[in-house]
Design a protein around this ligand. Structure first.
Ligand code: AMP
Ligand code: MG
Length: 324
């Protein structure tokens, strides 16, 4: 385990640490990623320990631009090719046959790899300078809400990783859309900012597997990571259709976030009302973390509308409220 974590700003410094087998958290356009050299078994093993991540949950491998896909994957399938042409760089991960050099710890022993090209100048520069594929799961302790601010990353990982890039910026706030491109029909395994409707415009047959939160009946686990408890604050999360259904019990420290304004803000320790679903998605994880910092015991979360990025936000909300 790493004794002290340094805050850095230079992509060169981050790349050098990664080349030496270090763990470095950096911002991307989705959430912060915790990067590691995807070809270095020992370093990858350290990453699973640092996050407390089950070894059965594979990591997404990042390359600097679409032309570098062969750093991570053995081949491009037709569906991956059209998806990358349309959405790379961007918040999309395509699952493809794995390249032999990628550590099998990264892929949890699967013959496939999740490939992503982040649309973020710092992330792209770090990966380009590192000169190798970089595995990067979200930079948080396993099960916790993902980090979208460097301070939140440090809150979870101080003393467990080598460095955190001290740079906040606008982010989408939700992890990438994961699409399995290995079969004849592309399949959305995890919803994200690239919506299934957008994908359907170029791949009319695309399917989506049932929301992870309702997945118990799923016979085959396609994306192992989606089964683990995820995105959960310490407070208990209650999903509501509207804030009118909130009734705060005596002695409860409650919080509310959503799109509709709340009538009784005085009964709440915290509340936040967003004017668009995009703003709600961008702020959601940080709201959960802020509630924990304020020792809130119950968070009332207004369910996002099930369309556009709201579909992905809803998926995370259901999982934040899920069984522990
Ligand atoms: P995270 O890194 O925390 O954003 O989670 C990565 C997600 O990508 C998890 O849901 C994984 O199950 C999924 N994933 C990564 N690699 C693969 C793969 N080879 N096949 C299927 N799903 C994958
Ligand atoms: Mg994660």
């Amino acid at each position: 385990m790493t004794a002290s974590t340094v805050l850095i700003e230079s992509p060169r410094e981050a790349a050098d640490l990664l080349r030496g087998g270090g763990l470095v958290a950096f911002p991307t356009e989705t959430v912060f990623g915790l990067g590691v050299d995807a070809t270095n078994d020992e370093a990858v093993q350290k990453l699973f320990v640092a996050k407390g991540r089950p070894s059965s949950n594979p990591l997404i491998v990042h390359v600097a631009d679409a032309g570098r896909w062969s750093d991570a994957a053995a081949m491009l399938t037709p569906s991956a090719e059209v998806l990358l042409a349309e959405f790379a760089p961007g918040p999309l991960t395509v699952v493809l046959p794995k390249r032999a050099e990628v550590s099998s710890l990264v892929t949890a022993g699967l013959g496939t790899v999740g490939l992503r090209i982040p649309d973020h100048p710092i992330a792209a520069e770090i990966i380009r300078l590192a000169g190798r594929p970089i595995a990067a799961p979200s930079a948080n302790r396993s099960g916790r809400p993902s980090g979208t601010r460097w301070r939140s990353v440090l809150e979870d990982l101080d003393g467990r990783v080598d460095a955190v890039v001290q740079q906040d910026g606008p982010s989408l706030g939700l992890e990438s859309t994961v699409v399995d491109c290995t079969g004849p029909i592309a399949t959305v395994l995890r919803p994200g900012a690239v919506t299934t409707e957008q994908i359907r415009r170029i791949l009319p047959d695309v399917r989506e597997i049932v929301s992870a939160a309702n997945r118990c009946d799923q016979p085959v686990v396609l994306s192992p990571g989606t089964l683990h408890p995820h995105y959960q604050p310490h407070a208990s999360v209650h999903l509501v259709d509207s804030p009118t259904s909130i009734s705060v019990a005596r002695g409860d420290r409650a919080a509310y976030c959503g799109l509709l304004p709340v009538d009784t803000p005085d009964s709440l320790a915290m509340h936040a009302v967003y004017s668009t679903v995009g703003e709600y998605a961008a702020a959601f994880y940080e709201f959960l973390r802020e509630a924990d910092r304020n020792e809130v015991t119950t968070i009332y979360v207004q369910l996002a509308p099930d369309e556009g990025i709201g579909h992905a936000l809803r998926d995370r909300q259901l999982r934040a409220a899920g069984e522990r």
